[in-house]
Design a protein around this ligand. Structure first.
Ligand code: SAJ
Length: 426
C-alpha cells in the first residue's frame, strides 16, 4: 500500500523509515518546513541509533518523501504529539487537526491509524470528526456492516535509544473501532512488525498504552520513596533493594533523581484526568517522582556544604543513560539548581552535550570532561548512569566525596532485575 505518516517526530520518522524499508511508498507530512527539508536531503532532525543511515537509504531510493502537504494514500498513520495543559488535561488538538487534514483526501478502502498516546475515546472522536467532514464516506461503527474506511488505534511502545529494534520486534496492540478495522490495521503492521500483533478494540488499546507507562511510573515511585526513607533511616537503599529482590516475587526498580522523558511523566495524568476520583495511587506516584528532585537537591547541598570551597562535578544532564535527550530531565533540573546556588564552583560533565543548556548561562558553571572532573573536583554528584561514568575505576571514585543518585558506583551489582537492566542498557 501507499502510506502517509502524519507527524515526523520521534515516533513518526522511524515508523515512516521502517515502513519504507519494507517496500511501501511513504509520504511523510510535518508542519515544520525545516524538518521536511532535512528529511528530503536524506538527513534527520532527531538523534536515534542507526536512524540516519536508514532514512538516507529510503530517501535515496525514492521510497520516503516528506512534505508539509497531505497527499492521498491507502493507509494513514497519525503520530503527532498529545501534550497536557497546566491542569494536566490532555490536549488532543494536534490529533484532531491531523484528522481534518486526512479527511480531505480519504477515499473508500483507506485505513486511518492513530498511534499518538491518547486519552480513552480519542479514536472514536477521530471517527466522529471524519464522519462529519466526509458524509459521502460510510465510517465504521458497530452497526455499519460495510464501512467505506477503517479506523484503528495502535500505540507505539518503543524505547528511545532502541527505537528501530523495538519498532520491529515488540508486540503490538491493534485496537479497531470494529473487528473489521482491527483486521485491516493488522494487515498493515504485519508488513514490518516481527512481534505478535494482538487484536482488540480501540478503547482498550488506548487504555493499555496509558497503563503501561503508569505501571512503570508507580513502580519507579516506590523505589524513589524507598530511597528517601532509607536516607532518613541511615540505610543504604541499594543494599535493601538488592536483598529484597532475592525474593522470588519481589522486583523493585531503580531509584534515581526523578522521572524524565516525554511519556512516563505525562501519560499517567491522562488516566487521572479520565477518573480523578479513582486514581489516588497514580496521582501520588507522580508527586513522589516529581518530589524526588527536591530531595536530591537537598542531599547534594548538604554534601557540598560539608566540604566548603571544593569544586562540584554534576555527572550527567540527560534524562536517562546513554542518550543525548535533555528534555524533561531531572538530572538537568538538579544541576541547574546547584549551578544557580553555587555558581562557578559547579562543573557539568555530559559526554552527549556539546554546549550547556540555556538555563546555565550566567551561572559560571562550565562543561568539562570526566577526566578533568576526576582530577579537579572534590565533590561528585552522579545524576545519570551513562556507561562512561560506570567505567570510572573504583580507586578514582574513592578519592572523592560522592552522592550517587543512580547507584552506579556500588561494589555490588545494580538491584534492578535482569530484564530491566537489559531495557536500560541502550
Ligand atoms: N527510571 C528510573 N528508574 C528505573 C527506570 C527508569 O529512575 O528503574 C527513569 C529514567 O531514568 C528516566 C525515566 O525513568 O528518567 C523514564 O525512562 P524509561 O527508560 O523507563 O522509559 P522512556 O521514557 O524512555 O520510555 C517509556 C517506555 N515505557 C515503558 O517502559 C513502560 C517505552 O516503552 C515507551 O514506548 C515510551 O515510554 C513511550 O513512548 O511511551
Amino acid at each position: 500500500p501507499d502510506v502517509c505518516v502524519v507527524g515526523l517526530g520521534y515516533i513518526g520518522l522511524p515508523t515512516a523509515a521502517v515502513v519504507a524499508r519494507s517496500g511501501c511508498k511513504v509520504h511523510g507530512v510535518d508542519v515544520t518546513q525545516a524538518v521536511v527539508d532535512t528529511i528530503n536531503r536524506g538527513e534527520i532532525h532527531i538523534e536515534e541509533v542507526d536512524l540516519d543511515g536508514l532514512v538516507h537509504g529510503v530517501v535515496q531510493r525514492g521510497l520516503l518523501k516528506a512534505s508539509t502537504e497531505m497527499a492521498p494514500a491507502d493507509v494513514f498513520v497519525i503520530a503527532v504529539p498529545t501534550p497536557f495543559d497546566q491542569d494536566h488535561a490532555p490536549d488532543i488538538s494536534y490529533v484532531l487537526a491531523a484528522g481534518e487534514a486526512v479527511a480531505r483526501v480519504l477515499k473508500p478502502g483507506d485505513t486511518v491509524i492513530l498511534e499518538s498516546t491518547s486519552p480513552v475515546g480519542t479514536t472514536e472522536q477521530l471517527r466522529d470528526l471524519i464522519a462529519a467532514r466526509r458524509p459521502d464516506l460510510k465510517c465504521p461503527d458497530l452497526t455499519a456492516e460495510t464501512p467505506d474506511i477503517s479506523i484503528a488505534y495502535c500505540p507505539e511502545r518503543v524505547l528511545p535509544g532502541k527505537i528501530l529494534e523495538e519498532l520491529t520486534n515488540n508486540d503490538r496492540s491493534i485496537g479497531g473501532i470494529t473487528p473489521r478495522c482491527a483486521r485491516k490495521a493488522l494487515t498493515f503492521y504485519k508488513l514490518f512488525v516481527r512481534g505478535t500483533c494482538v487484536v482488540t478494540d480501540s478503547r482498550s488499546a488506548e487504555m493499555t498504552k496509558l497503563v503501561e507507562n503508569a505501571y512503570r511510573d508507580v513502580n519507579i515511585a516506590f523505589a524513589n520513596e524507598l530511597s528517601i526513607v532509607a536516607d532518613r533511616m541511615g540505610l543504604d537503599v541499594w543494599e535493601v533493594i538488592r536483598l529484597a529482590n532475592r525474593h522470588p516475587r519481589v522486583n523493585i526498580l531503580t531509584p534515581g533523581p526523578g522521572v524524565g522523558g516525554h511519556c512516563i511523566a505525562v501519560d499517567p495524568w491522562f488516566i487521572v484526568h479520565g477518573a480523578p476520583e479513582d486514581t489516588p495511587l497514580i496521582r501520588t506516584a507522580r508527586g513522589v517522582n516529581d518530589g524526588k528532585i527536591h530531595h536530591v537537591v537537598q542531599r547534594a547541598e548538604a554534601l557540598i556544604e560539608a566540604h566548603p570551597g571544593q569544586t562540584v562535578a554534576c555527572l550527567g544532564l540527560a534524562f536517562k543513560a546513554n542518550i543525548d535527550d535533555f528534555r524533561e530531565s531531572p538530572a538537568r533540573a538538579v544541576a541547574a539548581r546547584l549551578a544557580r546556588k553555587y555558581g562557578a564552583l559547579v562543573r557539568l560533565v555530559e559526554p552527549y552535550a556539546s554546549a550547556l543548556p540555556r538555563e546555565f548561562e550566567g551561572t559560571g558553571a562550565q562543561l568539562i570532561d570526566i577526566d578533568t572532573a576526576l582530577e579537579t573536583c572534590g565533590v561528585l554528584i552522579v545524576l545519570v548512569d551513562h556507561d562512561q561514568f560506570k567505567a570510572v575505576p573504583l580507586a578514582e571514585r574513592a578519592r572523592h566525596h560522592v552522592y550517587d543518585t543512580r547507584g552506579i558506583w556500588l561494589d555490588q551489582p545494580k538491584p534492578a532485575t535482569s530484564q530491566d537492566r537489559e531495557n536500560l542498557k541502550l
